[in-house]
Write a protein that binds this ligand. Sequence first.
Ligand code: IMP
Length: 202
Amino acid sequence: MSKTVLVLASRNKGKKREFELLFNGLPVEIKGLCEFQRIPEFEEEGSTFEEIAINKAKFVSKALDLPAIADDSGLMVEALNGAPGIFSARYAGKLATNGQNNRKLLKKMEGKENRSAIFVCSIAISKPTGQILTYTGKCPGVILHKPVGTSGFGYDPFFYYSPLGKTFAQLSVEEKNRVSHRGQAMRRLKDDFQKILTWLED
Ligand code: IMP
């Protein structure tokens, strides 16, 4: 069976593997940006996760004249009016490490009683015509005062997920995928897969 090519709007090899896994067994071939030459660099544009994912997917799809897929995700903390939000990866600066971002988060949370937060992930698929499909997943949690656990990445050691009584950094990849914002967005996309294929070929 011939496969539909979807270009992932990212140069991150880990992300590519995640999407390949998502489409495993389905007639889709994921290609990373690294497989194409001379694609111009692009800045993340937009004020929500969904807008940023849409803009990334649209840009790559138009530039390559192929369908493209992109995601954007981050942490929104209630007491910080939704920060770090779309700036999650660079909360403490453009080249900030996870440790620096986490330290800034802890500092901002000093004295805050409300420690509710939510992880959000949006995935967008774009056709070269500019038509778009989007899928979003959200996962609520609580920001701890100290890190717990060693797995995962980013804000995981501070993100306590009450239904499992653990932080995201205490979960295996499979356990995290079952409940996480990214896992939920990906499952929504997968549930819609037949519709997506017809839409792409239309
Ligand atoms: P993106 O790669 O532009 O979507 O940036 C996502 C950023 O949000 C990451 O660098 C992390 O700081 C944060 N983030 C998103 N998802 C997670 C997660 O599952 N665990 C921990 N941090 C996350």
